[in-house]
Design a protein around this ligand. Structure first.
Ligand SMILES: *Cc1c(COP(=O)(O)O)cnc(C)c1O
Length: 332
């Protein structure tokens, strides 16, 4: 795949590690060999997957002459944190619109990512109620900024458009390069599936390098059919942008929705267990909203024999651990 066709900043310092997780594999029965791709270790304050997407989105903003970024997210959004971080680094202003997806969940003095928004110097932070049209809300903010002489650029939630998803198509290529160097065959990749750019990008990238490795998503909010459709449509747009000839097949988009629990960002027992399994066996910190629920899915699929005996499975750790500090009670 040729990524040089697109504006791109250089936020990555190289490949993120692929590590084996022998202790966790053993605790889960020893029949599946688990590996982890450490995108939680990506650069950017606090790390995590949005850095790969923002390499492309912020480059596009700069190319278009923007001096200000407007984006949105939930009240503990890692995407909002990383957008604030890279905007700061670029000398751009950053404005956030936060959706209070769970009523009463926005707390001005909350820890975790909320604390970091402020520390990273966001210029404004607006909170809107669940179900608001976030694009419209960001549009209003952008108009306000334009009227004040600024040049705003809107990055959609999670940076999940075909520009941001390029970051994960590139991650798929990076992963395949590493696996080839390691002489390590991988049978399956498991990723969290939220605003969908990560999942869609990985599917397209794996297709782009002809890897033949299935990429399954673990949903963090939506039901299976709805999420698969969102991932599929974004994957198609991303493949088109990359000029990949073969069409993305609907059947290559597979999501699991049984680990969402009562809803987005709401804790589940299996998430708490997964976070503890990773921390206590592999010294890896997950998060309560995304990687913790995705790991709960991974753990359950391993226990239920979804993966063939002896297979190698790679878990994409998308980061998010700063949100742990807003969920102390959940883990105590
Ligand atoms: C945003 C996010 C995800 C989900 O990625 P999408 O591209 O939005 O599907 C997963 N994990 C963490 C920690 C995130 O912040």
């Amino acid at each position: 795949m040729n990524f040089t066709k697109f504006p791109r900043r250089k936020y990555l310092q190289g490949q993120t590690p692929i590590e084996s997780m022998p202790a966790l594999s053993k605790v889960l029965g020893g029949e599946v060999n688990l590996y982890v791709k450490r995108d939680d270790l990506l650069p950017g304050a606090g790390g995590g997957n949005k850095t790969r997407k923002l390499e492309f989105c912020i480059a596009d903003a700069l190319k278009k002459g923007a001096d200000t970024i407007v984006t949105c997210g939930a009240v503990q959004s890692n995407h909002a944190r990383l957008t604030a971080a890279w905007s700061a680094k670029e000398g751009m202003d950053c404005h956030l619109i936060l959706e209070e997806r769970v009523k009463g969940s926005y707390k001005e003095d909350a820890s975790g990512n909320n604390f970091l928004f402020e520390l990273l110097g966001v210029k404004s932070l607006g909170v809107v109620e669940a179900g608001s049209d976030m694009m419209a809300q960001m549009g209003i903010k952008a108009d306000e900024l334009k009227a004040a002489g600024k040049k705003p650029y809107i990055i959609p939630g999670g940076a999940s458009n075909e520009i941001g998803a390029l970051g994960y198509a590139a991650c798929a290529e990076e992963t395949m390069t590493q696996l080839n160097e390691m002489r390590l065959g991988m049978d399956h990749i498991v990723v969290p599936s939220g605003s969908a750019g990560t999942h869609a990008g990985m599917i397209v990238g794996m297709m782009g390098v002809n890897a033949g490795i299935p990429v399954s998503g673990i949903n963090v909010s939506r039901i299976k059919d709805v999420q698969e459709k969102i991932v599929f449509e974004l994957a198609q747009k991303t493949a088109k942008k990359l000029g990949i000839e073969n069409a993305v097949k609907r059947g290559s988009v597979v999501c699991f929705d049984q680990y969402v629990g009562p809803g987005y960002s709401l804790p589940t027992d299996s998430m708490v267990e997964a976070v503890k399994l990773f921390s206590q066996n592999e010294a890896i910190l997950l998060d309560p909203v995304y990687s913790g629920k995705a790991a709960a899915g991974l753990v359950d699929l391993v226990r239920n024999g979804y993966f063939e005996k002896g297979s190698n499975v790679l878990f994409l750790h998308t980061g998010g651990s700063p949100a742990l500090y807003a969920y102390l009670e959940t883990f105590r």
